[in-house]
Each structure stands twice: as C-alpha cells, then as structure tokens.
Design a protein around this ligand. Structure first.
Ligand SMILES: [Zn+2]
Length: 452
C-alpha cells in the first residue's frame, strides 16, 4: 500500500523537475535563434520609405508618424477621424490627445499597434507597452529633435536594425528611377505602364522627361499604334535596369481585380487604336494584354515581378481584387517569369501557400503579414514550412518611415524564431537547420532571387 501511494508523488516530483527544464530549454533555443537573426544582414524585399521633407512636413512628432503608419487605419477603424498631419503646427499635443487618445487606445491589441510600438521602443530605447498622453509628449520631443537631422537618424536606425538594403517601390512617383543606393535598391512599379495603355496617346507628351528621351532613342514622337506603345514600355524597362532595378512590382489590386485574361495581339492592336473611347471591359482587356507582354519581358530580362495579393491597406476597398488564385493562369502561361507573391495573400494564406508549392517560379513573401496579424503569420509560416522548400520564402517590411520598418523586422524575426523553436523542441528540426532557414528568409533568398 505504501509503495503504491508514493508512486504518483514521485512521478509528480519528476515531472515538476522536467517541465520547467523543457520550458527553459525552449526559451533558450528561441533566444539563440533571435540572437542568430540579429546577426543577419537583412535584405528587405519591400519598402516605401519617404523622406519627411518630401511629405511637406516642417515639423514631425508622434502624430505625424502615426499618420503615415499602418496603425492609422486601425485608429480610423475604431472610429477615429482622419487628420491632416500638417495640423500639428496649429494644435497642441494635449488637444490631439483629448480628441484622439481613446481611438488609439482601442487599437492597443492589434498587430499594427504592437509592431509600431515595438519599433519606437527599439529606436528610442524605451520599453513601453502602451502609448499614453505623457509618453507621447516626451516621445514627440525626441521625434522632433531626431527628425531635424533626419538623414543621421535614418542611418542610425537602419544600422541598428542591421539592414543591408531595402528594395524600394516608389509608387508615389512611379517613373522615378533615382534612389539612394547606400540604403535602397530600385524596384520598378509597372502599374502606370499597364494602366496608361488605354489613354497612352493622351498621357505621354513631350513634356514627360522619359518620353522625351524615348523620342531621341526611337525617333518615334507619337504613340499611334500598340507597337509604338510597347516600344515605349520596353524603353522604360530598359531605363529602369540601367538605373539598377532588380525587379518589377504590380500593386494593381488597389485599383482593379488581378485576373489577367489572355488577350490576342490583334485584339489589343484594334483596342489601342480605338482608345481612349473604350468600354470598361475593353480597357481591362488592353491592360491585360500589356501586363502579359511585360511578364514575357520580365523573363527575357530576368526581372522577378512582385505582386500584391490579398488584404489592402487603408480603410475601404474591394477585398477580393487581390485573391491569389486569380493569378494561376499567369504562372501556367509564363513559366520562365519569376513571381514574388506578397503579404501571405491574407486572408487567403492557404491559397498563397498552395501556389508556392505548385509552381517552381512562384516565391512566397511574408512581407507585411506579421504586422497585419502576427498570429496568422505564425500559422502561415508554419504551414509554408510543411509545404514549400525554404529557398522560396522571403521577408519585407512595407513601411513609410524607418521606426515602423524596424518594428516590422522585429515582428518578422519573432515569427520565424517562435515557429522554428517549437519545431526544434518537438525534434522535427535541428538548430543548425533552423538558423539556415532564418538566414535564407531574411537575406539569402532575396539575394539569389533578385541577383543582388
Ligand atoms: Zn507596399
């Protein structure tokens, strides 16, 4: 009787000794992986960094940063009112907080809020879990000071986060081919070239500096035929390459559905001649033709194309515009073009993963997903590891200012390391392989795909 009674007690004691040990070793593995991730010089596949001067700000503070952050859409979603960041010159921080503080607090649970505060904490050496009225006052003082010497501040944060380069999409100035190569690598957005096909004859005049160069280069001063227009598109792609572009970008889901039907050259030729008097479906057909044509050029010039899929930033748009499966025909028709699919296709993360599994030319980019939903990023990264070889997984930030990019990288690292540490603890992966995967996702895969 005595012996039987002591058995459960002994077992409990042994378990109590083992379980904390297990947890401790899991934490240790996670910390070692984070330490490794911090040592990787990151090649960030996607950013929209803006200089505060270009945004027209005389002064920056917490509210100007918020205005250009993703958190702004949760603030609006909570019921807050959009404000013009230039108002900060006329309204006190106190008044701003009185009017907006509640809506900011309602968003304290979201990944947008959490990665934003994470970036602020890292860059400013803080350990806040919530923004408060007093905290924002102190922070705004620091932000204003740092932004007075923005170039130095940007460099400090960039180095602290251990970025090597950011692939930049200057969507606000589509045909701007100039970037600061110390920090950025050019990605050429093709949206405008696709959209402009229909009214091309009206859009491109000799006032456009690129069109002027095209006239000198080709001797063609009018875009009368589809061939003239395609020659111009080709000229722009070559100009971008001369300026160091390593890839193309399509974010057309913000304006239309990403299904691109196969339109014949003969049909496109007639439509171009009829433009700009085209019905909406005819305009779409002409755009579809031009995009297919660009995809062929992308293969010829070895320029991978990044495509926005899934959820759309901001408040109010057509969610299903960017459903990843709509791209399926492109992967079949253009096997030599390399596609870098963005954002985990959220909320269609399963579709996104399946496409990466099916096609050797389809790469899966976690860009922005950890900031949209960290939980979904954890599930998706784990599912991708089940389905897709790790040389096809990439990471990017997708932010307008440096503090938010730093917070995004931290979230990205946490997602990678949490999933990988769990796999190690279950005996499914060695620590050595986990470290290889981290280096691949944060650096090597982008280096190889974009030939950097
Ligand atoms: Zn973007």
């Amino acid at each position: 009787m005595k012996i039987q009674n002591t058995k459960p007690i002994l077992l409990t004691i042994i378990l109590l000794m083992i379980i904390p040990g297990c947890n401790q070793s899991k934490i240790d593995v996670y910390q070692r992986l984070i330490h490794h991730a911090n040592s990787v010089k990151v090649i960030n596949t996607h950013e929209h960094q803006r200089h505060p001067k270009d945004l027209g700000y005389n002064k920056s503070n917490f509210w100007t940063l918020l205005n250009h952050s993703y958190l702004m859409s949760d603030f609006i979603s909570a019921g807050g009112t959009f404000y013009n960041a230039n108002q900060i010159d006329t309204i006190s921080l106190n008044q701003f907080w009185e009017k907006n503080g509640d809506f900011l607090n309602y968003a304290a649970n979201t990944s947008y809020y959490q990665h934003f505060i994470k970036g602020i904490n890292i860059c400013y050496g803080l350990s806040e879990t919530n923004f408060t009225k007093e905290g924002i006052e102190q922070l705004s003082f620091q932000i204003e000071k740092n932004y007075n010497n923005y170039d130095e501040w940007f460099n400090e944060c960039f180095q602290k986060a251990n970025f090597e380069t950011m692939l930049i999409d200057q969507f606000w100035d589509n045909h701007n081919l100039d970037v600061n190569n110390k920090y950025f690598t050019l990605i050429f957005p093709v949206n405008k070239l696709v959209y402009d096909a229909a009214p091309a004859k009206l859009v491109y005049t000799d006032k456009d500096k690129h069109f002027q160069k095209f006239i000198q280069y080709s001797g063609t001063d009018k875009l009368n035929t589809i061939d003239d227009y395609l020659a111009f598109v080709d000229f722009m792609l070559q100009s971008a390459m001369e300026k160091g572009a390593v890839g193309l970008k399509n974010s057309m889901a913000y304006g239309r559905s990403i299904d691109y039907e196969d339109v014949s050259y003969d049909k496109a030729k007639v439509l171009f001649e009829q433009s700009p008097q085209l019905a909406p479906e005819e305009k779409k057909a002409l755009e579809d033709f031009v995009f297919h044509w660009i995809l062929e050029k992308a293969a010829e010039y070895n320029l991978p194309i990044q495509i926005h899929t899934g959820y759309l930033a901001g408040n109010g748009n057509q969610l299903d515009n960017g459903q990843p499966v709509k791209l399926n025909n492109l992967f079949l028709q253009h096997p030599d073009t390399k596609f870098d699919l963005f954002h985990g296709g959220f909320p269609w993360t399963g579709e996104f993963t399946a496409l990466g599994k099916m096609f050797p030319n389809v790469y899966l980019d976690l860009v922005w997903l950890p900031q949209i939903s960290k939980q979904r990023a954890l599930v998706t990264f784990n599912e991708i590891l089940d389905c897709v070889p790790y040389n096809k997984i990439l990471w990017g930030g997708d932010c307008q200012f440096i503090e938010e990019s730093v917070g995004s990288l931290e979230f990205g690292k946490q997602v990678l390391c949490e999933v990988l540490a769990k796999r190690i603890s279950k005996g499914q992966l060695t620590e050595e392989n986990a470290k290889r995967i981290i280096t691949a996702v944060l650096r090597d895969n982008a280096k190889s795909l974009f030939d950097i």
